[in-house]
Design a protein around this ligand. Structure first.
Ligand code: MG
Length: 160
């Protein structure tokens, strides 16, 4: 068995009156991410981790934010395409671990729905996808509510 690990990181600024999508789930929130796509910063970090594991560049290379094709796009479509790419190279997702740093709203009620949604898009089980949420104790841009930050790590496996 061969193994690869990948690391992804993404930040989006927050503004009032925008939809907030995280992990493929719409979150009840007065603020949302400013973005070219739907702004699902958790999926973007996950995609970057998957691409990074195979040294395939980053999400901006595959889905440029200058392209009209990706304007307002549902990030689940991007994740599906990245997983197709991963599988086309003979790899499978072992597991993913995602940490979302956001001051508010509280994300606890959405953790299980996010895991189930990401698993369904990625074609794996929810047990393979961990989603964790934290605040930054009101410190920094996340703590001031100016942005949302996400870290993702993945393990890919391949039968050799
Ligand atoms: Mg992004």
């Amino acid at each position: 068995m061969e193994f690869r690990i990948g690391n992804g990181y993404d930040v989006h600024a927050l503004a009032e009156g925008l939809d907030l999508w995280l992990g493929g789930v719409k979150i009840e929130s007065p603020i949302g991410c400013i973005a070219h796509s739907d702004g699902d910063v958790a999926i973007h970090a996950l995609c970057d981790a998957l691409l990074g594991a195979l040294a395939l560049g980053d999400i901006g290379k595959h889905f440029p934010d200058t392209s009209a094709e990706f304007k307002g796009i549902d990030s689940k479509i991007l994740l599906g395409r990245v997983m197709n790419l991963v599988r086309s190279e003979g790899w499978e997702l072992g597991n993913a671990d995602i940490t979302i740093a956001m001051q508010k709203p509280k994300l606890a009620p959405y953790i299980v729905p996010m895991r189930e949604c990401l698993a369904s898009v990625a074609g794996c089980t929810a047990g393979q996808i961990s989603v964790k949420a934290t605040t930054t104790e009101k410190l920094g841009f996340v703590g001031r509510g100016e942005g949302c930050e996400v870290y993702a790590v993945v393990l890919l496996t391949k039968q050799s």
